[in-house]
Design a binder for this molecule. Structure first.
Ligand code: 0PR
Length: 379
C-alpha cells in the first residue's frame, strides 16, 4: 500500500482500466451468465444503504424491516406469506443455510439425496457440513428420476433437494412427487429455485405451464431464491426461506453483546444494501413488471430456439429462458462464437448453453444467429 496515498486521478485511472477490461451486460453479448444489469433504481438504492449492517440489526431497524418485507413478499410469491428467512449473499449461502438447519434438526442422520443436475453449491454445502452426497439420476428430459430418489432415500437421509430451474438446462424437477415422498418420512425437502424462483411464477401468470414447486406443496421445507439472478437486484443478493420458523432455532448462536442477542445466519456482518435494493425493485416492478421481464426473456429464448432449429441443429426445447444445443464439434463452435465476441457457456456434457437474461435484446438474438451460421460454415 502507498504510504501517502495516490492522487484521486491515479486511482480513477486504475479503476477505469479494470472496468474497461470487464465484460458488460448492456452490450448484449453475454449469453452464459445467470446475472444481469441490476435495475437502475436498485443501483441507486444500493449505494444509499452501504453502511447498513444486518448483522447488528438493532442499529439498523429500518433496514431490518426492509429485509423482513422482502421475505414476506417472496414468501407470498412462493405460497407461504409467513415463511421466515434472510437476505443472504447468494444461492450458495442460501443452500448451505438450508442444509445446516436440516442437519441440526435431524441430529444423527448424515446423507442428502440430490439430483444429478444440482448446482455445485450443493456439493460445497454437503462438504462443509459433513454430509454424504447421494446423487439421483436424471430422466432423459434432465429432471430428476423420482423413483431413483426414492430408492436412494433411507434411514440416514437428512434432506432431499429438488431443483426448480436447473443451472444447465432450466428444467424443473417433479417437486410435487418429491413432496409426497418426504411427507411419508421425516425428511427435509429443500427446493433450489435460485434461478427459477423469479421466473416460474411470472411465466405461469403469462400463460406458460409449470408444475407446483413451492410452499403450496406441504412437503417443501425451504426454498432458495436469488434476487441477483432474474430478480434484477445487484450481485450479493440471495434469499433463503423456511416454511417453519422453529427450524431457525437449530442454527441459532448467541451474540449476547450485540443489539440482536442471537443470530441464525452464517455470516455475521452482512449487507443491508442487498436487502434494501431487492425490496426497492420488488416494490417498483411489482408482479406486472416481473411478468414483463420473464415473458420478454422467454420470447427471446423461444426465438433463439426456433432460429437454432432453422439452422438444422439439435436443440432442447426450453422450459424457461435457457437454451441448450448440440452442434457438431461444439468446442470449435464455442471458440468461433467467442472469437466474434459472444460469451457462451458449456454444459458438463459439452453442449452449448445460452442463458437469455434481460440484457439480451431481440437484435442480439438475430445477430447471434447470423454469427453462428457463419461459424458453423467455418468449422
Ligand atoms: N443454485 C442454482 C440453481 C444456481 O444456478 C446457482 C448459480 C446457485 C444455486 C448458486 O448461486 P450463487 O452463485 O449466487 O451463489 N448459478 C450460476 C451458474 O453457476 C451462477 C453464475 C452466475 C455463474 C453468473 C456465472 C455467472 O456469470 O451458472
Amino acid at each position: 500500500m502507498e504510504r501517502a496515498g495516490l492522487p484521486w486521478r491515479e486511482v480513477s485511472r486504475i479503476l477505469a482500466k479494470a472496468l474497461e477490461t470487464d465484460s458488460k451486460y448492456r452490450e448484449g453479448r453475454i449469453l452464459g451468465s445467470m446475472c444481469t444489469s441490476p435495475h437502475p433504481r436498485a443501483k441507486e438504492v444500493h449505494s444509499l444503504f452501504l453502511e447498513s449492517n444486518l448483522g447488528d440489526s438493532g442499529l439498523f431497524p429500518g433496514t431490518r424491516a426492509l429485509e423482513k418485507e422482502v421475505i414476506r413478499l417472496l414468501g407470498t410469491l412462493l405460497g407461504e406469506p409467513r415463511a421466515k428467512g434472510y437476505v443472504v449473499s447468494g444461492g450458495t449461502e442460501a443452500n448451505i443455510t438450508a442444509f445446516w438447519a436440516a442437519r441440526n434438526r435431524a441430529r444423527a442422520r448424515r446423507e442428502v439425496v440430490v439430483p444429478d443436475t444440482a448446482h455445485f453449491s450443493i456439493e460445497k454445502a454437503a462438504d462443509l457440513l459433513g454430509l454424504r452426497l447421494v446423487r439421483a439420476r436424471s430422466n432423459p428430459d434432465h429432471t430428476v428420476d423420482v423413483g431413483d430418489v426414492r430408492r436412494r432415500t433411507g434411514k440416514r437421509t437428512v434432506a432431499i433437494v429438488g431443483v426448480a430451474g436447473s443451472t444447465e438446462y432450466g428444467t424443473v424437477d417433479d417437486i410435487e412427487a418429491l413432496s409426497e415422498l418426504v411427507l411419508e418420512k421425516d425428511i427435509h425437502l429443500h427446493v433450489d429455485a435460485a434461478f427459477g424462483g423469479f421466473v416460474i411464477p411470472f411465466l405461469r401468470s403469462a400463460g406458460y405451464e409449470f408444475g407446483r414447486f413451492d410452499f403450496s406443496l406441504p412437503g417443501v421445507a425451504s426454498i432458495t431464491i436469488d434476487p441477483h439472478k432474474m430478480g434484477l437486484a445487484p450481485v450479493g443478493s440471495g434469499c433463503i426461506l423456511f416454511r417453519d420458523r422453529e427450524i431457525l432455532r437449530y442454527i441459532e448462536t448467541p451474540s449476547p453483546y450485540l443489539t440482536q442477542r442471537r443470530q441464525s445466519t452464517i455470516t455475521g456482518t452482512r449487507s443491508g444494501a442487498s436487502a434494501a435494493a431487492t425490496l426497492a425493485v420488488l416494490k417498483h416492478l411489482g408482479k406486472e413488471g416481473y411478468e414483463k421481464v420473464a415473458r420478454g426473456c422467454m420470447e427471446n429464448a423461444l426465438g433463439l430456439y426456433r432460429g437454432l432449429r432453422g439452422l438444422g441443429l439439435a436443440v432442447l426445447e426450453p422450459t424457461m429462458n435457457i437454451v441448450v444445443f448440440a452442434p457438431p464439434r461444439p468446442g470449435a463452435v464455442a471458440r468461433g462464437l467467442e472469437a466474434r465476441g459472444w460469451r457462451v457457456s458449456r454444459t458438463k456434457k459439452g453442449e452449448i448453453r445460452l442463458v437469455v437474461m434481460p440484457h439480451v435484446r431481440k437484435r442480439d438474438v438475430r445477430s447471434f444467429l447470423q454469427d453462428l451460421e457463419e461459424v458453423l460454415r467455418d468449422v
